[in-house]
Ligand binder design. Sequence first.
Ligand code: NAD
Length: 494
Amino acid sequence: MTNTPQAPLREFKHFINGEFLASRSQKTFEKRRPSDNALIGTIHEGMSDEIDAAVQAARAALEGPWGRMTIEERSTLLYKVADEITRRFDEFVAAEMADTGQPKTMMEHAFIPRGAANFKIFADVVKNVATESFQTPTPDGAGALNYAIRSPKGVIGVICPWNSPLLLMTWKVAPALACGNTVIVKPSEETPGTATLLGEVMNAVGIPKGVYNVVHGFGPNSAGEFLTKHDDVDAITFTGETKTGAAIIKAGADAIRDVSFELGGKNAGLIFADCDFDAAIDSAVRSVFLNCGQVCLGTERLYVERPIFDRFVTALKTRAEALKPGSPEDKGTTFGPLISQEHRNKVLSYYQKAKAEGATVVTGGGVPVMTDTLAQGSWVEPTIWTGLPESASVVREEIFGPCCHIAPFDTEEEVIRLANDTPYGLSTTIWTRDLSRAHRVAAKVNVGITWVNSWFLRDLRTPFGGAKQSGLGREGGVHSLEFYSELRNVCIKL
Ligand code: NAD
């Protein structure tokens, strides 16, 4: 296990109207690296001055060259953004690795390539979607022609979490820009790196100034709240915790502005005895422990049909114990830290609650022994529990850590009831070889996304979003266009 090399301290400024700017208030806060808690930079905290300036720049850009571009011209520029991210791939990998502490291999193979791909996908979608038209009968027999046109919605506030920063931010910025909007991004206070780098990319490829703006800061009484309350913002798209979503709705209620929310989850994996056992275990290792369990689509509740329950628990334990925490740069590292000491305290409090509520701790439940500077990082052990009632807090509440509770079940009806017994409704995985059962169960589980015999297999054209308290609206493919554009009806009397 090696230490992570110390890099020069960075200063993360806002990106407003094509320029990197310090906060007028000169307020800054620290960014620490999750793997060893080393100070890696200072972040300028944006307040209402910075949000005002960013909104003005975004409004002016809408009315300026960006607003006059054709879809073709915008799409060509978005392709250039993707190509420039790919050209500066190593810088994006390094920035995200420093911010999140997750293994380099994961950045290289999944998160950064998806960040670039988002721009290409939405550049294509926007060029290829027709709008509806109707020939409408009229009393004089001449008729009327009704058709719809798509206009940008305007200035969009994009509020992002820290768990895969570039991927989740571009998932919203790319369709917003493809539809001709301008954006103000408020990245998570934990992950300033790639949003800032993207500002350089935008300038390098010639995206007009004011189209993409970044204001750093916190949520309440800081950049996040000022953005959600600003009168001249036309819509807010947000990914984060359910309770933050509720605060954002309240803050913007008087303005009656559109929102798209991707929120928390407490996702269930349903493992039937006829499944491909090895594939189900491989998938469970990923869905529980990937990104140190900080994936909204991750599985924190596993229900396993009784005949294979013991074998499943033993196999998942073995695989959890084989995960290798370490420096993100090391090729052998397969398990990263949590995002911050604060989040570690929250996850560890759930580890204690599980014990207090009578869980059998199959593996983990504490902090791994790390050496040298890594000992200061926000590490926790991959953890598996069994034996808890459904009312236990670790079975009901989103923990957002590398942990799961596994319970046995006996019938299809029972496991559907258990899966649905939650205020959340983001995703489910079903493992079975019985195709009829897969269709039956998928139709009855009240979630936005169901995977059968897979997990996190994404086609970016499909509707993405949560049921119940896991979200509002759908994004992805044409569904993103519905949110990021205003459909206008034109009726022509013939
Ligand atoms: P969070 O809600 O704490 O913060 C998200 C963003 O909101 C941050 O930028 C934060 O500064 C900002 N914010 C906080 N309070 C605010 C306020 N009052 N007004 C405006 N902005 C405010 O979430 P997090 O801890 O960064 O991320 C983890 C959460 O995100 C988990 O609940 C996870 O399930 C969820 N998530 C959901 C999806 C999805 O697609 N459904 C994807 C990723 C993460």
